[in-house]
Design a protein around this ligand. Structure first.
Ligand code: MN
Length: 208
């Protein structure tokens, strides 16, 4: 068994004009694929690890053999983060439900407050990394950012919304204008996918 590039679920041009087709193609077939390939080659000597879900490896990096820990953190993190990212994007405009909007209001004042805090988090990530809306261990919402390919799951947090702010994610279309890319991202968040994760996980927290 080896880790595989997941299906994108839509065409490279599906997110135009917010994310251009060429960026999607390069991002998916080159950047994401390279993380998968490097993860697999790092784990050639550890076949037992390739049978585990990637989330399990990244949420328990201390259990990964030290020789390959940083390769798993970076390339496994890259694989997990990108797989997640593709899954919460939509070519069709979606809106948060009343119930989820209520949650966003509870934590961020209103929908604009959520966007503003998320935008700040994505803008203030120096260099490469990600901005996230996460579900914390208490069942609350937080906005965080992580460097490089570090995943919130390594901190015991569940990603709900994630934005890749590496330059490779936006440079072709937006060059240095990260702020415009962030605003474009708000137009293509798949809120149905986000809420499916949220309501499923909140149920698990309640049952624990
Ligand atoms: Mn990327």
């Amino acid at each position: 068994m080896a880790f595989e590039l997941p299906s994108l679920g839509y065409e490279y041009g599906a997110l135009e004009p917010y994310i251009d087709s060429k960026t999607m193609e390069v991002h998916y077939t080159k950047h994401h694929k390279t993380y998968v390939d490097k993860l697999n080659s790092a784990l050639e000597a550890y076949p037992e690890l390739t049978n585990k879900p990637i989330t399990e490896l990244i949420s328990g990096l201390d259990k990964v053999p030290e020789q390959v820990r940083s390769a798993v953190r970076n390339n496994g993190g890259g694989h997990l983060n990108h797989s997640f990212f593709w899954s919460i994007l939509s070519s069709e405009k979606t809106e948060p439900s009343e119930e989820f909007l209520g949650k966003l209001k509870e934590y961020f004042g209103d929908f604009e407050g959520f966007k503003s805090e998320f935008r700040n988090s994505a803008m203030s990530r120096f260099g490469s990394g990600w901005a996230w809306l996460v579900l914390n261990k208490e069942g609350g919402l937080d906005i965080i950012s992580t460097p490089n390919q570090d995943s919130p799951v390594s901190q015991g947090l569940i990603p709900l919304v994630g934005l890749d702010v590496w330059e490779h994610a936006y440079y072709l279309k937006y060059q240095n204008k990260r702020a415009e890319y962030i605003d474009a991202f708000f137009e293509i968040i798949n809120w149905s996918a986000v809420e499916e994760i949220y309501f499923g996980e909140v149920q698990n927290i309640k049952q624990e």
